[in-house]
Design a protein around this ligand. Structure first.
Ligand SMILES: [Zn+2]
Length: 325
């Protein structure tokens, strides 16, 4: 029976149930948090708040969330390990690195950065970090990573972004863990991802192109679906530069075109997100774990998406992503 690693240990893929493929719990700048902890406040209060919110979405029938919070986004697995014991939900954690441009300074004089100096091909230490998180566990906790994550944004395939993506691809090939990529569909970065992952021999059926739902370009999304990728329609509730209807209607249109098997649904929500002045979060009242069940699914079903297609996007596709095709 194929299994997925979660914050409470391995789970059979058949037991994942309704799966939100891209939700965070805590997104913090860890160095700011450690040195200016006023806003973060009490660790116990933060955990209690998260436990409440996660149990609320579990009560709606969600069985699993994937938390792609990696290096660069404040990953701290001891905290996740602790709260996972208090929630009735599988939490899949990720390994990888989040940058839109350069690798962190830690990597500037390691691995391939030394190729020219040493006159030989130096393996990237990132690969061993990622593989270790998946095979052996993370930082002395009982938790192993179940997914790999990297990012590309409007800056495109910078040397740093490419280095991380190739390291993620190598770790994927060594472990079989699926990959999720933060993308910027407005500048069609999925095509740049396709090129690099193809060169590395990665099967696109094991790759989620995150934030595809930020786009309303059905032709572009169809091209990526045809290439085999899973499209992350995963920012429901972030209606700043777009609308509720625009996010939902592109899912309706892609289902109409026959691509329900190429989409996963999520919200990219979190319990604490420190990239924004906290009182401004009130501008995004729908940006929460329960929004899909409260508003999106009813809208999809009213507009021609079938329950079968909903189940495909929420249950079948996530399971297939973890199992391999
Ligand atoms: Zn995210």
């Amino acid at each position: 029976m194929p299994q997925v690693q979660t914050a409470r240990g391995p789970v059979d893929t058949a037991e994942l149930g309704v799966t939100l493929m891209h939700e965070h719990i805590f997104l913090v700048d860890a160095e700011i948090q450690q040195n200016h902890p006023q806003e973060w406040g009490s660790e116990a209060d933060r955990i209690a708040d998260a436990v409440g919110k996660l149990n609320e979405v579990a009560s709606l029938g969600v069985g699993t969330i994937v938390d792609p919070t990696v290096i660069g986004l404040g990953r701290y697995i001891p905290r996740i390990e602790k709260l996972a014991q208090q929630v009735d939900l599988n939490i899949v954690v990720a390994t990888g690195l989040y940058t839109y441009d350069e690798v962190p300074f830690h990597f500037h004089h390691r691995g391939p950065a030394l190729n020219a100096v040493l006159g030989t091909e130096v393996p990237d230490p990132m690969v061993d970090m990622f593989v270790g998180d998946i095979r052996d566990g993370i930082a002395g906790t009982s938790v192993k990573a179940g997914m790999l994550k990297c990012a590309i944004d409007h800056q495109g395939m910078t040397p740093g972004v490419e280095r991380v993506m190739r390291a993620v691809a190598l770790a994927h090939k060594e472990t079989g863990a699926p990959i999720t990529v933060h993308t910027h569909p407005g500048s069609q970065q999925g095509l740049a991802v396709q090129k690099v992952l193809q060169e590395e021999g990665v099967d696109p059926r094991r790759v989620v192109l995150g934030h595809s739902g930020d786009s309303t370009d059905a032709d572009h999304l169809s091209e990526l679906a045809e290439a085999g990728f899973l499209l992350g329609m995963d920012r429901f509730g972030i209606n700043l530069e777009t609308t509720f209807e625009a996010r939902a209607d592109i899912v309706v249109e892609m289902c109409r075109r026959g691509y329900a098997e190429s989409m996963v649904l999520s919200q990219d929500a979190s319990c604490y997100f420190d990239w924004i002045q906290q009182d401004l979060m009130a501008l995004l009242p729908d940006w929460k774990y329960t929004h899909i069940h409260e508003r999106v699914l009813p809208y999809l079903l009213e507009n021609g998406v079938t329950q079968d297609q909903v189940d495909t996007m929420l249950i079948v596709n996530p399971r297939r992503c973890f199992e391999g095709a």
